[in-house]
Design a protein around this ligand. Structure first.
Ligand code: ADP
Length: 549
């Protein structure tokens, strides 16, 4: 017996093994069931083709029937598979699938109990075998034509609609099955139709594409390994070509030569695939590491959140006693506990101011922890900004005077437009700016100016303090960042006030920026926020009116 025929038995075994493997790897999934059945049918078909050449005259008819029935089962199962792949749902697919098996029942009957599909099987004196087809044979190839092309159309349409992994999976299915369908039907369906049986043995060889391509694509490597699959296809093609080349060799030297080439091809293929697999493993390792990093990152985020929560809690706890201290100092200053000597008055003022600073700092902490946990909420109200600024300036006046700094506030004569602000938060911004100006100015003056045009209000604080280098002007608005000169003048600073101020001003739809002629030459900070225009004001009044009634 020729080796090319004997090898069919081996192919049949591989197909059957793969079919079983596919099914066993996930027994409950309909995809695995139908795909497994399709590959099993390929195995039966390969076995049938082998027996067609191997069997005695007496059983030849049986094996021919068997081969053609297996062919129809491949198509039926593949079609069922195309209906549910890759969604893995039974759904309506189940009923369609049951319906699909009807043609197969017909073929069993027609093949085994009549001469309608296969009329006669012949063995010529030289040993060649051939099949004469019956009058209903056209139904058989029609079935192939309709069901196979439908399956391909379904899969192709799904391929174009799908994305990502799904698209790749469908792509593999399409390529693998198309190779088998094209070559298998050519050699075992179309050529026999016109009486050519010379290549009848070659069809099952192409099942190797389907088996390796699909098995790796779906069940093992999924997305990553386009390279592996292409390497495998390449190697399989190479080996098939070399294999065929080997068997058609004429003469001993040719056999030897082609045998060596075939062996070389196998070794080359083995190393190629091994190389690709190694690379894939390296890539998987990297993705595992990345996953680890991701986890660590998440852990850190959690810690960061805990830190914010702690900050928030601690700030709350600190604020209450500080407010109590503030209340008592005020009462003492107002003389509620009797006349206070002039010397003590001065000390009390300093205590009061330090306490105020602490309250502000705690307020900053609280707001920052709110920003970080996404809980910074605003209550916007139309407000007279000048009033708010005047009151803050009033609070700082004495303290500035103590330092020998003149603090003044300049307002335009005409009334300023209102602005929609969250008073508490906006106040904190102004407090931070004036406090900074006092902190970072040794002598001279601080001028606060409010002005407006049609749609915005501009507030500026100009001091004669330590100033800033040009590269510091943007940096100071970042979290925890402090200017170089600042650390010498005021060691306790945290570098949070302006970060918070920027965030709050931006949330008001405004801008904040700093200007300075350079170190030692004073600084000016600007805040620009939208003014409440006449229409908006009217709308607000209307809303208030509606809410009242
Ligand atoms: P802190 O004052 O706690 O350092 P801020 O965020 O309020 O934090 O300020 C950040 C930095 O901006 C300060 O460290 C300082 O370098 C600079 N800065 C702020 N205001 C002034 C100012 N009026 N003059 C000079 N530098 C200033």
């Amino acid at each position: 017996m020729e080796i090319k025929i004997a090898a069919l038995l081996f192919l049949a075994a591989v197909d059957l093994f793969f079919g079983l493997f596919v099914y066993l790897s996930n027994k409950r999934s309909p995809i695995n069931i139908f795909y497994g059945l399709a590959v099993l049918s390929v195995g039966l078909w390969s076995l049938g083709v082998f027996m067609f050449f191997f069997s005695e005259a007496s059983t030849l008819r049986f094996w021919s029937n068997f081969t053609y029935l297996a062919g129809s089962l491949i198509v039926g199962n593949f079609f069922a598979f195309s209906l549910i792949f890759p969604k893995e749902e039974w759904g309506r697919g189940f009923w369609r699938t049951a319906f699909l098996y009807l043609p197969n029942i017909f073929f069993v009957t027609a093949l085994f109990f009549s001469n309608l599909i296969i009329k006669e099987v012949l063995i010529f004196p030289n040993g060649t075998r051939a099949i004469l087809f019956g009058s209903l044979y056209f139904l058989y190839w029609l079935y192939f034509l309709v069901f196979l092309s439908s399956a391909f159309i379904i899969l192709a349409r799904r391929y174009f609609r799908a994305g990502g992994v799904e698209r790749l999976q469908i792509g593999y299915v399409l390529v693998g099955s198309f190779i088998l369908a094209a070559f298998g039907t050519l050699m075992n369906l179309w050529l026999p139709t016109v009486g050519i049986f010379d290549l009848f043995w070659l069809g099952p060889y192409f099942s190797m594409f389907l088996v390796t391509l699909l098995a790796t694509a779906i069940f093992k490597y999924r997305l990553f390994n386009i390279r592996l699959i292409s390497a495998e296809i390449f190697v399989a093609l190479l080996i098939i070509v070399l294999f065929v080349n080997f068997f058609v060799s004429a003469g001993i030297t040719a056999y030897l030569f082609n045998g060596i080439i075939l062996l070389g091809g196998v070794v080359f293929g083995y190393f190629l695939i091994r190389g690709v697999i190694n690379e894939i493993q390296a890539r998987e390792e990297i993705s595992r590491l990345a996953e680890g990093l991701n986890k660590a990152n998440q852990e850190l985020k959690k810690l960061d959140q805990l830190k914010s929560e702690f900050l928030s809690l601690a700030s709350h706890q600190l604020r209450a006693p500080l407010t109590v201290v503030k209340g008592y100092i005020s009462m003492i200053q107002e003389g509620n506990y009797g006349e206070i000597p002039e010397k003590l008055r001065e000390a009390l003022r300093r205590v009061y101011f330090s306490n105020e600073r602490l309250i502000n700092l705690v307020g900053d902490f609280l707001n920052i922890s709110r920003i970080e946990s996404g809980r910074l909420h605003y209550v916007f109200e139309p407000s007279i900004i000048a009033d708010l600024i005047r009151s803050v300036v009033g609070e700082f006046k004495d303290f500035a005077k103590d330092k020998g700094i003149e603090l003044s506030c300049q307002e335009p004569k005409e009334t300023l437009p209102l602005a929609r602000i969250d008073r508490d938060k906006f106040r904190q911004v102004i407090v931070n700016l004036i406090d900074n100006a006092i902190k970072y100015t040794r002598r001279g003056s601080i001028k606060i100016e409010i002005s407006s045009d049609k749609d915005s209000i501009l507030i500026s604080t100009q001091d004669t303090g330590i100033g800033m280098a040009p590269e510091e002007l943007d940096l100071i608005f970042k979290r925890f960042s402090r200017g170089e000169g600042a650390t010498k003048v005021y060691t306790e600073g945290m570098g949070l006030g302006l970060y918070l101020a920027k965030r709050i001003v931006q949330d008001h739809g405004g801008e904040i920026w700093a200007e300075s002629k350079g170190r030692g030459r004073g600084s000016t900070f600007y805040i620009k926020i939208p003014a409440l225009t006449a229409e908006v004001k009217r709308a607000e009044q209307f809303k208030e009116f509606v809410e009242k009634i």
